[in-house]
Design a protein around this ligand. Structure first.
Ligand SMILES: *[C@@H]1O[C@H](CO)[C@@H](O)[C@H](O)[C@H]1NC(C)=O
Ligand SMILES: *[C@@H]1O[C@H](CO)[C@@H](O)[C@H](O)[C@H]1NC(C)=O
Ligand SMILES: *[C@@H]1O[C@H](CO)[C@@H](O)[C@H](O)[C@H]1NC(C)=O
Length: 628
């Protein structure tokens, strides 16, 4: 593609030289529109394939439109062919000559690609490598007790993950931690798979003309050195993280007295993983602030009140209707909202949204619990987003940057889980918790968010630093541990060396661009920024007023918040994400402010408690990785 562009530049230069006063804009616009129209027509064909897949999946195997529905694989191949060819065709358009800013933006967004910019053979290889890395996570590869003949090997996720979540033995955690890493990096498999994949990411970047490969990884964030902006957020929330870290380190010492953890050191990686897994687990191993003040159990009432998954869906739909967003018609529920089969959802049972304009569709997980109730609000947000986006021309009918849509959804997830909202649904008797319960709730949310965010950052930074050549092959493993030390206060459970390759399973999961650690990071941080903005707009968060704290804000029914949400959704990718976030937040940068204000009561509590316990936040870790 690069050579084509060079050739064109040459032609344009020659043309300009020959007739300096000629104005080519109109002609360029016309021919560009022709290319885009043809591509849109082909995209319609792909949407139609997706529609047929949806209908077939939901009609017990028979294709209601006759014939066999295409496979997901075919849709994927067709999409790749289309965007690849289109990018090549558009790369010869002189963008700066186009007058219409929307047209210019369409071309800019469609002319550069990430993995899909690779030539077919390389693209196939990238997909193979991604499959191999996913198999590190879900393949049955690990024999934890040496004896593989007696028991079937286990998969990291969900089997070992679930074991670790429940385990009360540090030795078992350590053994599992070690066994999985030895299994996947036997003969350097994990490391060499990763190296091959990075090579392809670099090739994709050269096609875009990016000298620094991470520019392509961060393509849609469209920012020089985006990593630095993320890092600023990490330092912004670090004081809170350090208090949380100190408190949890103390809890770990109580939970595993025999492990001899130090009260000024880093947290051992397997223990950190276990803490992260505890966010939704009801028999927590680590002490919550007030163990006697249990959170009210909502499960029973939830089943009584909401009865069926369909009713949960309708409640979530109603949340958005109350804000003044789209009404979902009965026709939608009849034709385009379908329940997944019980065996289909997998361990995570994630509801799925389909996009095939002019229609959108939903397949929902039939589980009925608090977590699903919250999650479905995120799914409904995505559905709403799709309804607005479908009005936009192909190429701009997406979120402005990866994670933006999920961040908007996150605001509804947060609101739907508040005591205030549960009270509205008649699930809780009171619209607020006692102070102690409230701290327990924030603590649980804090484990979920505050511990996870630095991990997303570390995984992302490691990848990008390797990609850009800031970390050399000999130093991969120890560099990884230095990042864990610096940003998270985590260390390996045993001595490690440059020969090991200790990345965690979430790292491999995040190699898929659509599930990247960058995206997760953005979703969390931007999600709290938007939540704060909607809560301020709706008057449900009044800084300084203890009756309206951010963590109990339910912006249900707020037309003010709804207007902001709708305006952002309607813009799709027609503008830079900073311009769009500015509409709601008045800010043009990522910031930790939402997180800090949300967790403010927890921060105060942790500082006092750590002082009482005479715990010093921060860590002074031994270096446990040898370069050799
Ligand atoms: C080309 O023509 C359009 C109007 O037809 C005008 O707005 C634009 O400024 C012209 N561009 C150049 C480079 O002359
Ligand atoms: C790209 O251009 C070629 C040659 O003009 C054309 O045959 C093809 O359909 C175009 N493809 C797309 C997706 O624009
Ligand atoms: C609701 O909570 C508030 C504050 O904790 C408390 O004063 C009030 O008595 C509670 N009401 C009921 C019905 O429990």
């Amino acid at each position: 593609m690069l050579w084509q562009r060079l050739l064109l530049l040459l032609l344009v230069a020659t043309a300009c030289g020959a007739t300096p006063s000629s104005n080519h804009s109109a002609r360029y616009e016309e021919s560009t529109l022709r290319i885009l129209d043809v591509a849109t027509e082909r995209m319609r064909g792909i949407w139609d394939m997706r529609r047929r897949i949806f209908l077939q999946l939901t009609s017990k195997g028979k294709s209601p439109l006759g014939g066999q529905a295409p496979s997901k694989q075919e849709v994927e191949t067709e999409t790749y062919k289309l965007v690849y060819e289109l990018a090549a065709n558009l790369s010869v358009v002189p963008v700066e000559q186009l007058r219409d800013p929307l047209l210019r933006r369409r071309v800019q967004r469609l002319a550069k690609l990430q993995l899909q910019g690779l030539r077919p053979a390389d693209y196939e290889q990238a997909k193979d490598l991604l499959r191999a890395m996913q198999n590190f996570i879900s393949g049955s590869l690990v024999c934890t007790h040496d004896d593989c003949s007696a028991r079937r090997p286990l998969a990291m996720y969900p089997q070992i993950y679930n074991q670790n979540m429940r385990s009360k033995s540090y030795d078992d955690l350590k053994l599992n931690w070690y066994s999985w890493r030895s299994a996947i990096n036997d003969k350097d498999t994990a490391k060499s798979t990763f190296i091959d994949y990075v090579r392809l990411l670099r090739i994709a970047a050269t096609y875009n003309g990016h000298v620094t490969p991470s520019r392509t990884w961060y393509l849609y964030y469209d920012t020089e050195n985006f990593q630095a902006e993320m890092e600023e957020v990490i330092w912004e929330i670090m004081p809170l993280y350090r208090e949380m870290h100190a408190y949890l380190r103390h809890s770990a010492m109580l939970a595993y007295p025999k492990a001899n953890f130090k009260d000024d050191g880093a947290i051992s990686a397997p223990v950190m993983d276990q803490m992260l897994s505890q966010a939704w687990y009801s028999h927590q191993i680590f002490r919550s602030p007030y163990p006697k003040d249990q959170l009210p159990s909502v499960h029973h009432r939830l089943e009584e009140v909401l009865v069926t998954p369909v009713k949960i869906n309708k409640k979530a739909t109603e949340f958005f209707e109350s804000l003044g967003l789209n009404h979902m018609s009965d026709g939608f529920y009849e034709r385009y909202s379908r329940r997944m089969n019980d065996d289909e959802g997998g361990p995570d049972c994630k509801s799925q949204v389909y996009y095939f304009p002019p229609d959108v569709a939903l397949r929902y997980c039939p589980k009925l619990d608090y977590k699903k109730m919250m999650q479905i609000h995120g799914t409904m947000a995505e559905l709403q987003y799709n309804i607005y986006k479908r009005e936009l021309p192909f190429g701009l009918d997406t979120e402005p940057c990866p994670g933006f849509g999920a961040a908007l959804g996150e605001t509804a997830v947060l609101a739907s889980g508040t005591p205030r909202h549960l009270h509205r649904l008649h699930i809780l008797l009171n619209d607020s918790l006692t102070e102690h319960q409230s701290l327990n709730r924030l603590f649980r949310m804090g484990v979920h968010t505050l511990l996870a965010v630095p991990q997303y950052f570390i995984n992302d930074k490691f990848l990008v630093d390797v990609m850009d050549g800031r970390i050399g092959v000999q130093d991969y493993n120890c560099a990884y541990w230095r990042l864990q030390d610096k940003y998270a206060g985590v260390q390996p459970p045993i001595w490690r060396s440059a020969k090991d390759f200790d990345l965690d399973y979430k790292f491999y999961r995040g190699m898929q661009p659509e599930r990247s650690n960058t995206r997760k990071f953005i979703t969390e941080i931007l999600g709290f920024q938007f939540y704060r903005a909607f809560c301020l707009a709706s008057g449900q968060y009044k800084p300084g007023d203890p009756s309206y704290p951010l963590h109990n804000c339910d912006f249900y029914d707020s037309k003010e918040a709804g207007a902001l949400l709708r305006e952002m959704m309607q813009l799709g990718a027609t503008r830079h994400w900073r311009d769009i976030m500015h509409i709601a937040t008045g800010e043009r940068k990522l910031s930790g402010r939402g997180v800090l204000e949300y967790f403010a009561p927890l921060f105060t509590w942790l500082k006092e408690r750590n002082m009482q316990l005479d715990i010093e936040p921060g860590w002074d870790a031994d270096e446990l990785c040898r370069k050799e």
